[in-house]
Design a binder for this molecule. Structure first.
Ligand SMILES: Nc1ncnc2c1ncn2[C@@H]1O[C@H](COP(=O)(O)OP(=O)(O)OP(=O)(O)O)[C@@H](O)[C@H]1O
Ligand SMILES: [Mg+2]
Length: 221
């Protein structure tokens, strides 16, 4: 199967791009895909997380154990290098996942252009949805298929239903799987792990596994 470049884009800050990128990458790797992450965010959070994974693996090895960490390749590069790097990585990996920074128009454009498929995390509030319009316009202009993912969804189902209706009115597909507000998604990252490694059978673990499967099914179409 041909490799796919997936970009997580959302120009609004704090929507959950980096969090979802890390957990989805681990989920896809655990499902047997060869996964590379490209971090073009100058904050380089995923690069730091990857460093922690390396330290974790090393500590476990020197204690005589085997670190049960899914294989991942993480690179941190400047946005202007993205197109050529994504092309290169496509030859060695099944999924090339790009985490993009907020509030950087040029980087967002480059990241969406490099993608075969775009994932747009949105928190279920009117302000967050309104702030997503710029990202959706960009995706439309670049003619890329995209999926909105509702992230940090509260238990109240009525809000999610209302958000879904609004998203459908915008003419963008919304993932059936939503991700709740789960502390374990932050705490597992702090340990250098993905939820699929730390607590696969937790609610968060099951949500991320289902989301990874849904996105991959849509992206490889
Ligand atoms: N589903 C979730 N449950 C609980 N906390 C979450 C969830 N998703 C994201 N967060 C938290 O929200 C904050 C912002 O998340 P994150 O850094 O992933 O967003 P981002 O879109 O990458 O932000 P930026 O635009 O700054 O790059 C973090 O503190 C993260 O732990
Ligand atoms: Mg981020």
């Amino acid at each position: 199967m041909a490799a796919r470049v997936l970009t997580i884009a959302q120009q609004k800050g704090g929507a959950g791009k980096t969090t979802l990128a890390a957990h989805l990458a681990v989920a896809w790797s655990l499902a047997g895909h060869r996964v590379a992450i490209v971090d073009i965010d100058p904050q380089a959070s995923l690069t730091q997380w990857d460093r922690m994974r390396g330290e974790r693996a090393q500590a476990s090895e020197s204690a005589g154990g085997v670190a049960k960490l899914a294989p991942l390749h993480v690179v941190s590069i400047a946005g202007w290098r993205l197109a050529s790097e994504a092309d290169r990585l496509k030859r060695g990996y099944d999924i090339v996942l790009i985490d993009s920074p907020p509030h950087m128009e040029t980087e967002a454009k480059i990241a969406v252009r490099a993608a075969d498929f775009v994932i747009v995390p949105v928190q279920p509030s009117p302000m967050d949805l309104w702030a997503t319009q710029g990202t959706l316009d960009l995706i439309k202009k670049e003619r890329r298929p995209a999926l909105i993912v509702l992230n940090r969804v509260p238990a109240r189902a009525s809000l999610t239903t209302a958000m879904r209706t609004r998203i459908e009115e915008l003419g963008v597909e919304c993932a059936a799987t939503t991700v709740g507000s789960r502390v374990s998604l932050a705490s597992s990252l702090l340990e250098g792990r993905g939820i699929g490694e730390a607590a696969p059978s937790s609610t968060a673990g099951r949500e991320i596994a289902a989301l990874a499967e849904e996105i991959w099914a849509a992206a490889k179409r």
